[in-house]
Design a protein around this ligand. Structure first.
Ligand code: AP5
Ligand code: MG
Length: 214
């Protein structure tokens, strides 16, 4: 099963993608997580990506397209994968289609997690991420057992650099301008599904499972 998660920054793509990956036993491929791991390790890719990410801008297509094309050819992707944060532009979507075509494959679902802009800013300011394992929480909607400490690995929680309110607004603008057109792209391709992302996390997941089949 090959799935794309679409949706604004903070819509819950990562939250749901992790659950999908666990339930269907397929890898969760988040380009944002890949960039953040590279930033942490201080790689050249990380250094380049950070200058864009901190401003709420997209990393240039050429830095992300080959990376994903390579990743989806790895052995663990044989039974499918869930893409989170990619594609984010029409050229990225076209390059994904081309890479899959070479493998004689195509995407099965593009799931749009729909959340209006008004809800996004409060979600982002309350998000906390684990500095160690990358697990995501929310101070109100998905709190940890001990404040500031990851339930999964015990490391400390941090606020993402790009979750400052002014950067969130920029990311939303970029989303509407460059990423939202993908909804129409996948509608045309006949694989678009939409879920109401303002529901509670469990209800959003239930709606997705209904689409994918148990
Ligand atoms: P990326 O990491 O992909 O960030 P994003 O798309 O902006 O999305 P987020 O990760 O912020 O949100 P999410 O939808 O995953 O929400 P989450 O589940 O965490 O990208 C970061 C940057 O990297 C980009 O700005 C760009 O610069 C660069 N980049 C990445 N990919 C790229 C690409 N392909 N091309 C170019 N550049 C790229 O949920 C948010 C919060 O809400 C959490 O706290 C969560 O607990 C909470 N929450 C989730 N669901 C619910 C719910 N149903 N109810 C209440 N709270 C909820
Ligand atoms: Mg995410």
């Amino acid at each position: 099963m090959k799935i794309i998660m679409l949706g604004a920054p903070g819509a819950g793509k990562g939250t749901q993608a992790k659950r999908i990956a666990a339930k269907y036993d397929i890898p969760h491929i988040s380009t944002g997580d890949i960039f953040r791991a590279n930033i942490k390790e201080g790689t050249e890719l990380g250094k380049k990506a950070k200058t864009y990410m901190d401003q709420g801008l997209l990393v240039p297509d050429e830095l992300v397209v080959d990376l994903v094309a390579d990743r989806i050819q790895k052995d663990d992707c044989k039974n499918g994968f869930v893409l989170d944060g990619f594609p984010r532009t029409i050229p990225q979507a076209e390059s994904l289609d081309a890479a899959l075509e070479k493998l004689e494959q195509k995407m099965d679902y593009a799931i749009d997690v729909d959340v209006p802009d008004e809800n996004i800013v409060s979600r982002m300011s309350g998000r906390r991420a684990c500095a160690g394992c990358g697990a995501t929480y929310h101070i109100q909607f998905n709190p940890t057992k001990t404040e500031g400490i990851c339930d999964a690995c015990g490391d400390k929680l941090i606020l993402r650099d790009d979750d400052k309110p002014e950067t969130v607004q920029k990311r939303l603008d970029v989303y509407h301008d460059q990423t939202q057109p993908l909804i129409q792209y996948y509608e045309k391709a006949g694989i678009l599904e939409s879920v109401d992302g303002t529901m509670a996390m469990d209800d959003v997941f239930e709606a997705i499972v209904k689409i994918l089949g148990a």
